[in-house]
Design a protein around this ligand. Structure first.
Ligand code: NAI
Length: 221
């Protein structure tokens, strides 16, 4: 069957549906209508129906969605029914914080190794996993079937390290370095910039403040 191209905007909303459905499932909720889900998630019911229609709809009209089924289907779409093996490159503040965060493993992202060029970090344990020197990476990637590399190194070295990782067979990069990586077709890159989110927050504070100032000025007239 030919696969329909799904927009990135829809894909980016799926993890949020997945989180909410996981919570509903944990609370023992069996069925939910798009209207109820809409109120819970503060998105319109038509948005939810449109998003789900990309995948065949999932639900029966007038009957609502089966929470567990929907959760499982979205999990499959997101590839969370498979296990992924990760390595972290750059075991500094951010690399260690990610390494210490256990929750990713619940979703099938298994941390296998940490690497750093700083000899002072060699052997340091993060959740029981020792930091290794960079010259071990190639062999480690092949032997441990690593598919995702997390890049938490400065941007100056990220491009060259990404190329090296691809040559070892890495299929995906979760990139925290502030630089665009140019990788061959077929290699997936997801850039994460926490500061983008902070700037969005700053914009919203600004917008709210200026709208309120304007409305207070309007009232005073
Ligand atoms: P850090 O200085 O604590 O850690 C960086 C680590 O990378 C160090 O342990 C260093 O030895 C290692 N390293 C440097 N060059 C390397 C190379 N060529 N090969 C292997 N290891 C190498 O810095 P921190 O705070 O952990 O940040 C790491 C990077 O992530 C920084 O470049 C920072 O700008 C970026 N960052 C990105 C964020 C985001 O939202 N995208 C948020 C915070 C930091």
């Amino acid at each position: 069957m030919e696969q329909k191209e799904i927009s990135q905007a829809v894909i980016s909303r799926l993890p949020r549906y997945f989180r909410y459905l996981g919570e509903l499932k944990d609370e023992g909720v069996e069925r939910i209508s798009s209207q109820e889900l809409s109120e819970l998630m503060q998105v319109t019911a038509s948005q939810i129906r449109q998003d789900f229609n990309n995948f065949g709809g999932f639900g029966q009209q007038g009957y609502g969605y089966n929470v567990e089924y929907l959760y499982d289907e979205i999990s499959k779409i997101l590839g969370l029914n498979k296990t992924h093996h990760l390595i972290i490159i750059g075991a500094g503040n951010l690399g260690q914080a990610i390494g210490n965060y256990m929750n990713f493993e619940r979703r099938g992202f298994i941390l296998k190794g940490l690497f750093d060029c700083n000899p002072a970090l060699e052997g340091k344990k993060v959740r029981g996993i020792s930091v290794q020197p960079m010259d071990h990476i190639g062999e480690f990637v092949k032997e441990n079937d690593i598919d995702i590399a997390v890049l938490t190194i400065p941007k100056t070295s990220a491009v060259a390290i990404a190329e090296e990782l691809v040559s070892y067979g890495i299929k995906a990069i979760w990139n925290f370095a502030h630089v665009d990586l140019h990788v061959p077709e077929g290699i997936q890159v997801e850039n994460v910039h926490l500061s983008d989110s902070l700037m969005k927050l700053s914009y919203n504070i600004n917008r709210y403040n200026s709208e309120n100032t304007e409305s207070r000025q309007g009232e005073g007239r």
